[in-house]
Design a protein. Structure first.
Length: 405
């Protein structure tokens, strides 16, 4: 793996860990800063809302910066956010620290994926983009559990200090890499309006791009309707012991790593087919998990398959949304893509909680999740056709240009 790609993947690992690690240290934070568990849980929601609302704004505002400048500077902001959280004297400052970290979340991941795709050999753009999003899968398998262990051993502030230190090291590694400038994009007047001279600052999003974003929201929401409540589902409905939950979550993450790699290769061959197959697999897994069939071995296998299917959709959807964006910058398209994933996570969590709050049995969250992924699958049929009709090809070939180093 080229050093710049490895450095960007490590940065993504830090970002993915920071996004979710709150769940593992939530009780310690609540006890130390003197607020309720519900209030601390809002830190996850605040982070997600900041990513969704501010991510495209930050991307547009920094569109003219070269990646070699943008990436280290934004990693510096991310380090600052984690340091503020570690030093927070009260809950308000902890919220500030989380928002500062969230400011650069979407822009960084989008810039990393776009840069990796530009660096890729011919026919490997999705696979190289998947190397970056692999960092998110690794954060689920290793980052969040490690952050939780550090918090339990040394206090929750130590978790944020560790994140700040690792992020600083990853950012320093970036500065030692030759980060290429983005490949030139075609600037034209079309569905996005006249964007000449203002890369990434679109006046309106094209219809195919919005369709792909909606597919992401529904597909992600379907998976997270179950995943958010995986612990009670596995213990109360599937009959696993509490000690087995961690193993099963690791199994889900391991499936995600395999799925992300396989999905990148499949997306390079046919993004549309990859999206349909992975969403279909996720739907089938959720439907089977909603039924009282088989034993614990089958449930464990389906849980792993669900993780693989979900992470396998990411490279294909990355490819589709960049293609659908047309004259918009790839970084802006991928920022919208990342925001759509965050909205989907919030949607799935809300829907699952709503069902359980109204007394529905735990398997109902899997049923609801299957309904959302089915809707995503049907919409993907339309979105893929619209993308193909708009561009004329599954994905335009990159321009034959040399990037400055």
């Amino acid at each position: 793996m080229p050093l710049p790609v490895l450095a960007m993947m490590l940065c993504t690992f830090c970002i993915g860990t920071a996004e979710s690690v709150i769940a593992g240290i939530l009780p310690d934070i609540a006890s130390d800063v003197g607020v309720s568990l519900t209030a601390v849980g809002m830190l996850i929601s605040v982070y997600a809302v900041a990513v969704v609302l501010l991510g495209p704004v930050v991307t547009a505002a920094t569109a003219r910066l070269r990646p070699r400048v943008l990436m280290p500077c934004m990693m510096g902001v991310f380090v600052l956010g984690n340091a503020l959280a570690a030093l927070a004297p009260d809950f308000g400052w902890l919220v500030v620290g989380r928002v500062v970290s969230a400011l650069v979340h979407s822009t960084l991941i989008a810039a990393f994926v776009a840069t990796a795709r530009d660096m890729a050999p011919a026919g490997r753009r999705a696979a190289w983009g998947a190397k970056i999003t692999l960092g998110i899968g690794l954060s689920s398998v290793a980052g969040v559990p490690a952050g939780t262990l550090i918090g339990n051993a040394f206090g929750w502030r130590a978790t944020f200090w560790a994140l700040a230190a690792l992020s600083l090291a990853a950012g320093a590694l970036l500065t030692r890499c030759a980060i290429p400038d983005p490949l030139p994009t075609v600037v034209a007047t079309g569905a996005l309006g006249d964007t000449a001279g203002v890369p990434g600052r679109a006046r309106a999003l094209p219809g195919p791009m919005l369709l792909v974003a909606l597919v992401i929201v529904l597909g992600t929401g379907g998976v997270f309707a179950l995943y958010t409540y995986a612990s009670p589902y596995l213990t109360r409905s599937a009959g696993f012991g509490p000690q087995s939950v961690t193993v099963l979550l690791l199994l889900y993450g391991a499936g995600g790593i395999l799925g992300n790699t396989a999905g990148g290769r499949a997306a390079d061959r046919s993004p549309r087919a990859a999206v349909l197959v992975t969403l279909g697999t996720a739907t089938a897994s959720l439907l089977l998990l909603s039924l009282p069939v088989g034993g614990q071995g089958l449930v464990a296998g389906l849980f792993c398959l669900l993780g693989a299917a979900y992470f396998a959709t990411i490279p294909a959807l990355n490819t589709q949304i960049v293609t659908a964006a047309g004259t918009a910058s790839p970084t802006m398209a991928l920022t919208v893509n990342n925001s759509a994933f965050c909205v989907g996570i919030a949607l799935g969590s809300w829907l699952g909680g709503l069902l359980l709050a109204h007394g529905h049995p735990l398997p109902s969250v899997a049923t609801a999740g299957a309904a959302l992924t089915t809707a995503a699958l049907l919409l993907a049929l339309v979105a893929g056709r619209r993308v193909r009709d708009t561009t004329g090809t599954p994905e335009p070939a990159p321009p034959k240009a040399t990037s400055a180093t």
